[in-house]
Design a protein. Structure first.
Length: 146
């Protein structure tokens, strides 16, 4: 299945990797248009919060709550508790997840709050994370708080 929005998130993840960071990407979609995009920038910015979804939301800019409630957020990896909290806080109703094989965030909690999760198990997303975790386990563990 060729999904241009998931592909845009994958492109963001690849950009993050090329910058020396962690290959996770995200896009925010409203009415069939990308209104925000980002990738994990913890390494590049020395940030504790710029996971892909947080960077995407930051790059989308300040939006009214009514806009978020009409959006779908795409992420190449299952969102962590911090990112899931931001998604829930702003009322984004749907999350498209590239994969949750290498890491699974609080998906049951999100579902219990009424969010729709669409988990794709995309081979490119899985391979990108497996390769990264294998080659940079210390950086990966730092990113997930281990």
């Amino acid at each position: 299945m060729n999904d241009p929005f998931l592909q845009a998130a994958i492109d963001e993840a690849r950009q993050g990797l090329a910058e020396g960071g962690i290959p996770i990407g995200s896009v925010l979609v409203l009415d069939g248009q990308i209104i925000g995009r980002g990738h994990n920038r913890r390494v590049q910015d020395g940030s504790v919060i710029h996971h892909a979804e947080m960077n995407c939301l930051e790059n989308a800019g300040r939006l009214p709550a009514a806009v978020y409630r009409r959006c779908t957020i795409y992420s190449t990896l299952s969102p962590c508790p911090m990112c899931s909290g931001a998604i829930q806080l702003y009322g984004i109703p749907k999350v498209v997840i590239g994969e949750n094989k290498t890491f699974q965030g609080p998906e049951a909690h999100l579902r219990a709050q009424g969010l729709e999760l669409d988990i794709r198990q995309n081979p490119e997303c899985i391979a990108m994370m497996e390769d990264f975790i294998k080659t940079k386990p210390e950086l990966w563990n730092e990113d997930i708080g281990v």
